[in-house]
Design a protein around this ligand. Structure first.
Ligand SMILES: [Zn+2]
Length: 346
């Protein structure tokens, strides 16, 4: 009996880690966001967020965490903390736009970053102004004043390490909007959004459309419009995950999903590497370009370059390499195992 129980414990490896996506419905509770006609941004963003979450949850290897599922306000720093504590792989914030000119329309996806352009400052200031309702906001955001445009030039970019990946995801979402939603594609933009400032993982903020435009408001509040918006963001997230994890198998209709989470034993000739970055930009695989991490290698697949540190047959050594990469700012670094020329994420 003792032998049997010892054997069964040893034969059960840990299941593969799920890809964790944090969905953040903008505003809520005391802060409605923008209001046009009978529609409030906090309600529309929550509807779209919950539909998107439901769709992502169909994939057994994705875990969805919400910053809110009800009509409550959550401080922006707290939303980032929820994602950081969950060690999430992605953070996606959902909002609706508004402008004083009714003609403004279309969708856009934001990534944290400084811009010299004065355009769109209104959208940024509007989204950031919610922190004025939070207690101790000056302390929580290092003296940042959302009403002072000069504040926007001094943000410290903790998101810098993730910028390329965030832009990659944003571009994938916008491409899907362009082909599925067929409304004005306002593109990928960068500016200083407080809700994206403190997250440790690739993070984007999606403005799904303008509530202040009558035609667009009808679209983004309709069931069919929301389904197309949700499908586009969902497909963007799935494309992004596939570029990070070659073994990710999204669930398909009419197909059993059990194989997606099948546990594969690791053979004795396995080699471990740590993936530190991926993106469409080609960077020379040199230690100096990657914060002096050892043994940098690069692989190209489609339009995506993947960058790795290390190559070892010891999982323990790979764990140390990963810890080293994380400590140098590659917060989303993960171990991959290569067996018989096939690479998969651990
Ligand atoms: Zn908003």
């Amino acid at each position: 009996m003792i032998f049997a129980s010892v054997f069964s414990t040893a034969a059960t490896p840990d299941p593969p880690r799920k890809f964790v996506v944090v969905l953040d419905a903008g505003h809520g509770g005391k802060h409605p966001g923008n209001i046009s006609g009978n529609s409030q941004e906090k309600e529309v963003s929550l509807e779209v967020t919950l539909k998107l979450g439901k769709k992502l949850e169909e994939h057994p290897n994705i875990e969805v965490i919400y910053t809110r599922t009800k009509d409550v306000y959550v401080d922006l720093w707290k939303r980032a903390e929820i994602a950081n504590n969950a060690q999430a792989d992605l953070f996606v914030s959902i909002h609706c736009n508004a402008f004083f000119k009714e003609s403004a329309n279309g969708n856009e996806t934001w990534v944290l970053g400084l811009t010299k352009s004065k355009d769109n400052l209104e959208t940024v200031m509007k989204e950031n102004s919610v922190i004025l309702l939070e207690e101790n906001y000056k302390e929580n955001y290092n003296g940042f004043d959302p009403n002072d445009p000069s504040s926007y030039a001094t943000g410290v970019l903790t998101q810098e390490a993730n910028m390329e990946q965030s832009i990659e995801l944003a571009a994938m979402i916008q491409n899907n909007f362009a082909s599925n939603v067929k409304r004005t594609n306002r593109g990928v933009k960068q500016n200083w959004f407080v809700v994206l400032l403190k997250t440790y993982m690739p993070s984007v903020l999606v403005e799904i459309g303008f509530l202040s435009n009558n035609n667009e408001r009808s679209y983004i509040t309709s069931e069919s419009g929301q389904l197309k918006i949700v499908q586009s963001i969902h497909d963007g997230i799935i494309s992004y995950i596939k570029t990070r994890d070659v073994n990710f198998t999204p669930v398909k209709e009419n197909r059993p999903s059990s194989s997606a989470t099948a546990i594969q034993p690791i053979s004795s000739n396995a080699v471990y590497m740590v993936q530190i970055a991926a993106g469409s930009k080609s960077v020379e695989a040199r230690s100096a370009n990657f914060k002096k991490l050892p043994q940098i290698s690069r692989e190209k697949e489609g339009n995506i370059y993947r960058y790795f540190t290390g190559e070892t047959d010891s999982l323990e050594e790979a764990s140390e390499l990963r810890a080293q990469a994380v400590s140098k700012g590659y917060k989303t670094a993960f171990i991959v195992v290569v067996e018989n020329g096939v690479r998969r994420r651990l």
